[in-house]
Design a protein. Structure first.
Length: 216
């Protein structure tokens, strides 16, 4: 199955390099390369299904990270943040808006290809840069999870289904389901979306319940 992605970056050299990088990929089609979110939404490419927008967090049109991510997600386009990595505030803003992850422009081509492929499939992309930005974010509210809730979340968000979580914790399956419901509710009360398993995985990364892949 192939995925259609769009690059939103107002640097021509970056756009050309990105298109060239994926030109021979059997899985990724670069459907558009535009300078603004408005240009993507208003273009014919934006009206056709686009699985993922790779969004530069610093655009010269005066738009904000929040507005750009919100507009893309309202159009049912998931977002992977694409950044020079020197603006922790922008990365925090992107994470709070629900991007699937952050990838730095300085990363090797193989890392970018892997990140885009995972994000296009709707999978979160963890990185040390994203983790570092979130770790210093004073605006991420504490959901107040209990030790048992954190244990259940760590197993469930790692991919285990409720029966396996029950087996690992010694709880009944119905109790595990109830714990997950409570975890979602606690995150919701502090304004941190946790409606899907992907959301729960991101919340677990943000709170240090799960380690960031590749980070000691």
């Amino acid at each position: 199955m192939g995925y259609r992605v769009a690059l939103i970056d107002d640097h021509e050299i970056v756009a050309r390099g990105f298109a060239a990088l994926f030109s021979s990929s059997p899985d990724i089609e670069v459907a558009a390369s535009v300078a603004t979110v408005a240009e993507l939404i208003d273009s014919s490419a934006g009206r056709e299904p686009v699985d993922l927008a790779i969004l530069d967090l610093r655009l010269s049109d005066g738009s904000t990270v929040y507005d750009n991510v919100e507009r893309l997600r309202a159009a049912e386009i998931e977002v992977l943040a694409f950044t020079a990595g020197d603006d922790a505030n922008a990365m925090r803003a992107a994470a709070r808006c629900g991007v699937l992850g952050v990838v730095c422009k300085s990363e090797p081509a193989a890392v970018l290809i892997e990140a885009v492929t995972h994000a296009a499939a709707g999978e979160p992309v963890a990185s040390t840069q994203w983790a570092a930005a979130l770790d210093g974010d004073p605006e991420i509210a504490d959901a107040g999870l209990s030790p048992r809730e954190r244990q259940v979340l760590s197993l469930y968000a790692s991919g285990a289904q409720a029966p396996l979580v029950a087996e690992e914790t010694g709880l009944s399956e119905s109790t595990v389901v109830d714990y997950i419901r409570r975890v979602r509710s606690k995150y919701g009360r502090v304004g941190r979306e946790a409606n899907t398993k992907v959301d729960l995985y991101k919340r677990a990364l943000e709170d240090g319940i799960l380690p960031v892949p590749g980070q000691p």
